[in-house]
Ligand binder design. Structure first.
Ligand code: DOR
Ligand code: ZN
Length: 352
């Protein structure tokens, strides 16, 4: 009989897509990411977006100050691309040792994206400068329009915006973040060496049915929105394939419960506390545990030109479901609900 793996040691991973927020929210959430990850690509979509290198420096300082004592977590900062981004700012970003990418949010695609890009092609000189400086473009891949169905936004973006962009900028490294569709997976699989992609734990675990099970579930609402189960299966096939440029990015996106349980619910799942166990459970279900170390701790690092982290994490399968994490208290009356799968979680992570 084949022996089932029930324990796995991997180098400390990095999170290649993370929302840390600011102020009291930052102080409430940063320790969990710093506990499990060595570094993280930190999203710039604050209420007032991070558009300059000086702002990225200042935000990095606030993050470091919010870390627990003696924690060596390294925030890898990003800038928020707007229609006003200049080549000079890109050069400053590329010359800094703080900025690791520039994030493209199509205008109004998601949380705090009102300042996002309205016409990507108009930014070609900026994208050329990014390619010259070796700064990757990190992409929220959704196209919006009055005739575009919300479930088709990723597919349409890839066809109308992303494929032409990669053709125009063959030297520019791009990351299609939080891939949710078969088309997104295929884009990375078919793409040149310059193209990478991240997968979240929640898009691997959930599909759109989970948003409606027994009633509308605001805590399962994220963007890009959960898709049909066939797409979730395509994402799971992709992790089995062991593709060298598909890697871990949680898109952990905390919102206060009051903002989730609202008439206009905010998009985002707070997955950071259990992220590694959530991924391990999916890789286990897919019989792909031997791929997990590469997915979490090697491939993204290679894509971004970062060394593998030194510490190690042990993941182990549990005979009973692990306990549901407590709500996170941000301030009196303000709490965040960490994601926990309804069918239970049978993996545990620990630093060794
Ligand atoms: O679900 C999401 N939440 N998707 C995003 O693109 C943004 C994020 C957030 O900032 O809340
Ligand atoms: Zn995100």
């Amino acid at each position: 009989m084949q022996r089932v793996t029930d324990q796995l040691d991997i180098p400390v991973p990095d999170d290649f897509h993370l929302h840390l927020r600011d102020g009291e929210l930052l102080r409430a959430v940063v320790a969990e990411s710093a506990r499990w990850f060595g570094r993280a690509i930190v999203m710039p979509n604050l209420a007032s977006p991070v558009v300059t290198v000086a702002q990225a420096f200042a935000y990095r300082e606030r993050i470091v100050r919010a870390l627990p004592a003696n924690n060596s977590f390294v925030p890898l900062m990003t800038l928020y691309l707007t229609d006003q981004m200049t080549v000079a700012e890109v050069k400053r970003a590329g010359a800094s040792d703080v900025v690791f990418g520039i994030k493209l949010y199509p205008a109004h695609a998601t949380t705090n994206s009102a300042h996002g890009v309205t016409d990507v092609a108009a930014l070609d000189p900026v994208l050329d400068a990014m390619a010259d400086m070796g700064l990757p473009l990190l992409i929220h891949g959704e196209k919006l329009g009055p005739d575009i169905d919300v479930f088709d936004r990723e597919k349409v973006f890839i066809k109308d915006v992303l494929i032409p962009l990669v053709r125009r900028h063959p030297q520019l490294r791009v990351v299609l973040e939080h891939i949710t569709t078969e088309e997104g997976v295929q884009f990375v699989l078919d793409g040149p060496e310059t193209v990478g992609g991240t997968l979240t734990a929640h898009h691997l675990l959930l599909d759109r049915n989970d948003m409606f099970r027994g009633g509308l579930r605001p805590h399962h609402y994220c963007l890009p929105v959960l898709k049909r189960m066939e797409h979730k299966r395509a994402l799971r096939r992709a992790i089995r394939s062991g593709h060298p440029r598909l890697f871990l990015g949680t898109d952990s996106a905390p919102h206060p419960i009051s903002a989730k349980e609202a008439s206009h619910c905010c998009a985002g799942l707070y997955t950071a506390p259990l992220a590694l166990a959530l991924y391990a459970q999916v890789f286990d279900e897919e019989g792909a545990l031997k791929q997990f170390g590469a997915f979490a701790s090697h491939r993204g690092q290679a894509f971004y030109g970062l060394p593998v982290n030194l510490g190690r994490i042990r993941l182990s399968r549990q005979s009973r479901p692990v306990e549901v994490p407590e709500r996170v208290l941000v301030a009196p009356g303000v709490e965040i609900l960490p994601f926990y799968p309804e069918d239970g979680l049978h993996w545990r992570a620990e630093r060794i």
